[in-house]
Structures are given as structure tokens and as C-alpha cells.
Design a protein around this ligand. Structure first.
Ligand code: BG6
Length: 451
């Protein structure tokens, strides 16, 4: 998607505060492999993969083999100068049936990982759930019912009891909106269901409830932790000034961004959805969803341009035909949207402490004959988004750190191994890791603290 773009036409020096945190994010299912190791149970993505729902027919059974190669991966983070690392814990490794018996060997793995991170001077940020829902819980209704709230809180408590003496930073969920829409609305992600608007809203509400319960469980387990969750937030813009597009955009913004954000931060479901959600919101739910957030994780990839399109959930169609620059996923490149989003959190939500917990892009990387990956598009993408973060900081936004997505090429869900998001290449035949130019670029930004 490269276009000749001037990197810095702003006269202000773009400097990051000395205590700004730097690093990368990953998730368990996308990098660990070792799906049969140490008593791990099945998750919804195992079945989804087995049903042939992955674009390139690949599976995550080996992925990056991080389960065995984590020391090498931590060494890569340390060599880049990263001080923080967000990873996720695999629920089916800890509770193979989702609830009940605890698998000690699963906990042992994360013990080893955390200790190795700390030894390398890297602060662990643990995310409790990044989409690998235990299959037995899905069989019992998954995120469609409130039966999942108790098991998630129990799981959170068990993990915190083991790790919170060393892990200070905790994120509950990753991107509940993506789970709701793609897993239960469009069926493009596990569990692959197409339950329409009600299914999407139910999944959102029950993730909100589970998240609230888990926040309370972790806080009760250990004092003084930094607690939060990770939301995928996308500024929504209407495709035209036609009233029907404006109305579709406003409603979509409520579904995509505000159910999660307003639920957590304000204990309020957006008015626009009150009627649609009335069938399953019980008295007391809004208080149960609200919880103080010490650190809000924000994943940013692009804006969303919405037009009214009948037949889609909430009559919302998206895609920005006018945007010429796109990543290998086809996603528009809109770095200014990140500054807009941070500004909205500052002005509309009391300027909470925010960490960018994902930002990055898929590129069609080419390995040169000497084995190098000159991923100029990714360097440009990272640079422009960091410019946006620096501008937001200069305007007073409370941004604490930036974690790129992702350290490694990985199993990109429905796209399997076909899309590469890493700043380090993984050769899926040999599992060899090769830092790309983007890795060296980011290491230099971390070293100098400026762009
Ligand atoms: C985010 C997810 O939505 O986007 C990551 O939190 C994911 O897990 C990333 O990998 C890129 O999307 P995908 O589906 O192409 O891997």
C-alpha cells in the first residue's frame, strides 16, 4: 500500500515521555502451538479449524511453537529494548473443561514464561482471554448466555492466585466486539454462528458481565494491581451526508464501540440500543458491568466508514472505496484515526490511562536472497501511527505505552498462516525467527524515545 508520503511534515519534535512503555503483543492461540501438550483441553478454534473454515487450510497446531521456544522470543524482545509484553493465557490449558478441574501443568507454563520475562527486565501484561474459549463452555451456550459469567470469574481468580505476585498488569478480555460480530453474527470466526443482531448484542452483553465479574475477582484476589481490558475501538464515520448513512453510522458506533466502552466506563448501555437489549438486561446488570479501569487497552487498526446497507446486521455496510492505501488485509491505512480516538477518550471519557495494546499491519513480505525482510510498508505504517500517538500525547492524552501487533508472524485466525503481521518473520517450515526492518525501526524509536 506504499504511496510516497512525507514521514514528518510537522515541525514539532515528536518525543515520548521517559516512562513511556514499549513492547509488543501476542495471543496464546496464535503463537503457542503445542495444542495437545500438558493436558490442554479443546477450544472453539480447534473445532472451527477442523471444520475447514481457515482460508489457507492451515491450523494453529504448531504456529510459532512459542510454547517451547519462548526463551528465544523473550530474547528478541529484550534485544529490541522492549520493557513490556502483552500475552494471553489459554483458558483451556488452565481449565481443560472450562470449569472444574485445574490443570497444574498449564499454570506451570505461564509461571515459567512470567519468570523468564521478569528475568529479562520485561514487564508482563497478562490478558485472560483472547478468543480461545473452552469448547465445553461454548456447548453450554458460550457468550450467548449468562451461564458463562461464573466460570470466567473463577478462571480469572485461579490465574490471579498463581501469578499476581509477579504480574501486576491484567487485562480481562480482548476485543469483545470482534468476538460478538465475527463469532456470533457473521460466523466468520469461531464458533462460526450467524445469530443476527440479537446474537451479537447478547454476546456483547455477556462479555461485559463476565468482564465485570472477573475484574472484581482479580481485585479481590490481590491488592494493588493495574486492572483493565482490551477494546478494539474504531472511529466511525458516515460514508455520505445522506441521513440514512448518518443514522446507520450512529447506530453502528453504539454497537461497535459504545456498548463495551460505555458499559465499562459509565455503567450505561447506549440509549440507541436500550430497546434491542431489553430482553436480556436484568436489573443490576449495568452496575455489575461498570468497574474502575486503571489501564484501558486500545487496539487500533483503522477507522470504519459506514453506509446504510440493507441485509447486513444493523443495516451497516463498511469499506472505504476512497481510501487508496490499504494493508495486505485490505484494511484502510488511516493513522490520523488513532489520534482522533485518543482525543475522544480524553474529552469524552475523562482521559483514562490508555495503552495502545495492538497496532500493526499485514504485509506481503518478501525475503531477499540474503534472507532479509525489508518491510518498508510496515515501517511506514508504524511510523505514521506513532506520529499520531505523539501528537495525541502533545495534546494531553494520557497514553502510557505502545505495543505493536505483533512480535511474530502468527496464526491470523480465519486467515490462518497466510497473513503476516510480525516485526519478526517466522519461517513455518523451520520455525526460524528473522527480525525484519520494522523490528530494527521500532528498536531505534525505543532507544531514542523520539521519531
Ligand atoms: C486483532 C486481534 O483484531 O487483529 C488479533 O486482537 C489479530 O488477535 C489482529 O491477530 C489481526 O487480525 P487477523 O484476524 O488478521 O489476525
Amino acid at each position: 500500500f506504499s504511496q510516497p508520503v512525507s514521514l514528518a511534515d510537522d515541525a514539532r519534535p515528536l518525543v515520548f515521555p521517559p516512562d513511556f512503555r514499549w513492547g509488543s503483543s501476542t495471543s496464546a492461540y496464535q503463537i503457542e502451538g503445542a495444542l495437545d501438550a500438558d493436558g490442554r483441553g479443546r477450544c472453539i478454534w480447534d473445532g472451527f479449524t477442523a471444520r475447514g473454515r481457515i482460508l489457507d487450510g492451515s491450523s494453529a497446531s504448531v504456529a510459532c511453537d512459542h510454547y517451547h521456544r519462548y526463551p528465544e522470543d523473550i530474547a528478541l524482545m529484550a534485544a529490541a529494548g522492549f520493557d513490556s509484553y502483552r500475552f494471553s493465557i489459554a483458558w483451556p490449558r488452565i481449565l481443560p473443561a472450562g470449569a472444574g478441574a485445574v490443570e497444574g501443568r498449564g499454570l506451570d507454563f505461564y509461571d515459567r514464561l512470567v519468570d523468564a520475562l521478569l528475568e529479562a527486565g520485561i514487564t508482563p501484561i497478562a490478558c485472560l482471554h483472547h478468543w480461545d474459549l473452552p469448547q465445553p463452555l461454548e456447548d453450554a451456550g458460550g457468550w450467548q448466555g449468562r451461564g458463562i459469567v461464573g466460570p470466567f470469574a473463577d478462571y480469572a481468580r485461579i490465574v490471579a492466585a498463581r501469578l499476581a505476585d509477579r504480574v501486576r498488569d491484567w487485562m480481562m478480555l480482548n476485543e469483545p466486539n470482534v468476538v460478538a460480530l465475527y463469532g456470533y453474527g457473521l460466523g466468520e470466526h469461531a464458533p462460526g454462528l450467524r445469530l443476527g443482531e440479537q446474537g451479537i448484542l447478547r454476546a456483547l452483553h455477556h462479555q461485559n458481565l463476565a468482564q465485570g465479574a472477573a475484574l472484581r475477582a482479580v481485585a479481590a484476589e490481590h491488592a494493588g494491581l493495574t486492572l483493565g481490558t482490551v477494546l478494539n475501538l474504531q472511529p466511525v464515520v458516515a460514508d455520505s451526508d445522506r441521513p440514512e448513512d448518518a443514522a446507520a453510522a450512529a447506530r453502528w458506533d453504539a454497537v461497535w464501540n459504545r456498548v463495551a466502552l460505555d458499559g465499562l466506563m459509565r455503567g450505561r448501555i447506549p440509549d440507541a440500543l436500550a430497546e434491542a437489549m431489553a430482553g436480556f438486561i436484568l436489573p443490576g446488570d449495568e452496575e455489575a458491568i461498570r468497574h474502575p479501569v486503571d489501564l484501558l487497552g486500545v487496539n487500533y487498526y483503522s477507522r470504519m466508514t459506514i453506509r446504510r446497507e440493507a441485509g447486513r446486521p444493523f443495516d451497516a455496510g463498511w469499506g472505504d472505496p476512497r481510501c487508496r492505501r490499504r494493508t495486505d488485509m485490505g484494511w484502510p491505512v488511516q493513522p490520523e484515526g488513532l489520534c482522533d480516538l485518543l482525543t475522544e477518550l480524553r474529552t469524552g471519557y475523562g482521559n483514562p490511562a490508555v495503552m495502545i495494546t495492538e497496532n500493526g499491519c499485514a504485509c506481503d513480505d518478501v525475503v531477499t536472497p540474503d534472507g532479509q525482510i525489508h518491510d518498508a510498508d510496515r515501517v511506514l505504517f508504524l511510523h505514521e501511527h506513532l506520529e499520531s500517538v505523539a501528537r495525541a500525547l502533545a495534546d494531553g492524552c494520557n497514553v502510557k505505552g505502545y505495543l505493536c501487533w505483533s512480535l511474530l508472524d502468527n496464526f491470523a485466525w480465519a486467515e490462518g498462516l497466510s497473513k503476516r503481521f510480525g516485526i519478526v518473520r517466522v519461517d513455518y517450515d523451520t520455525l526460524k525467527r528473522t527480525p525484519k526492518d520494522s523490528y530494527r525501526y521500532l528498536a531505534e524509536v525505543v532507544r531514542t524515545g523520539q521519531l
